[in-house]
Design a protein around this ligand. Structure first.
Ligand code: SF4
Length: 63
């Protein structure tokens, strides 16, 4: 499973990195970046929760 953040859609709210810090981190420009590829199996659920919680739909997850 692999996560992706659309940088143009991210508004820097920080929600994903607080829900799943193992996969998402805010970068220097306050945009979320993916730091775990693939998503570790033990945090897949949180990564999906982060995707579902993103207010702009900037996160996508593929199998
Ligand atoms: S939840 Fe969405 S908008 Fe908020 S920081 Fe993460 S990717 Fe960006």
């Amino acid at each position: 499973m692999k996560a992706n953040v659309d940088r143009d859609e991210c508004i820097g709210c920080g929600l994903c990195s607080s829900i799943c810090p193992e996969v998402f981190e805010m970068d220097d420009e306050n945009i979320a970046t993916v730091i775990a590829d693939p998503i570790p199996p033990n945090v897949e659920e949180q990564a999906i929760e982060a995707k579902d919680s993103c207010p702009t739909g900037a996160i996508s997850i593929e199998e």
